[in-house]
Write a protein that binds this ligand. Structure first.
Ligand code: AMP
Length: 191
């Protein structure tokens, strides 16, 4: 299996790149943000509860997102591999992911972390907010909180994968195609 954690702060381009990578490498894309937004759209109890945290730019509880990912991994038992986008966002989630994959005799092949400076992130997210209508992309204070939460709670996940020798930094500034080609070069080296 080829299992990639596509990592980076909000606005780093994870979703865009994941869509391109899944086609090239025939992987299943698992985005916890997308799954949560579908839960909100269909007004499930889980979605309505998660929305409270998402509207503030805070993280949804580990227990909820771990359960969601586990269900998706189980539902895709024939997958050649997964691209994890927006997950894991805490070290507890990373540890849970290792355990889930171990049950399938699998592991994370690489954690590719996109680097983009904060001003560029804010610019990209405000632009995306105009097009996508995502509420959490339209408010500068919420965006800044998401970046703060990323630095405090999510960035330590880098250390977890670095200790496993799975971490690679990727420059996330440039054209979509340039960044895609950097990611492909990194993936082709680990295959
Ligand atoms: P995203 O689409 O990845 O930017 O996620 C949007 C929002 O969903 C985040 O700001 C969090 O509130 C929530 N979320 C997505 N993934 C996770 C996760 N792995 N852990 C906790 N909260 C998450």
């Amino acid at each position: 299996m080829l299992n990639i954690v596509l990592f980076g702060p909000p606005g780093a381009g994870k979703g865009t790149q994941a869509e391109m990578l899944l086609e090239k490498y025939q992987l299943v894309h698992l985005s916890t943000g997308d799954i949560l937004r579908r839960e909100i759209a269909t007004q499930t109890p889980l979605g309505l509860e998660a929305k409270k945290a998402m509207d503030k730019g805070e993280l949804v509880s580990d227990q909820v997102v771990i359960g969601m990912i586990e269900a998706k991994i189980d539902a895709n038992s024939k997958a050649r591999g997964f691209i994890f986008d927006g997950f894991p966002r805490t070290t507890a989630q990373a540890i849970a992911l290792t355990t889930m994959l171990q049950k399938k005799d699998a592991s994370i092949s690489a954690m590719l972390a996109l680097y983009v400076d904060d001003e560029e992130l804010i610019k990209r997210l405000l632009l995306r907010g105009k097009d996508s209508g995502r509420a959490d992309d339209q408010n500068r204070a919420v965006i800044e909180n998401r970046i703060k939460v990323y630095n405090k709670e999510t960035a330590p996940v880098i250390d977890y994968y670095d200790q496993l020798n799975k971490y690679q930094a990727i420059d996330g500034v440039g054209s979509i195609d340039e960044i895609f080609s950097r990611l492909c070069t990194a993936i082709d080296q680990i295959k």
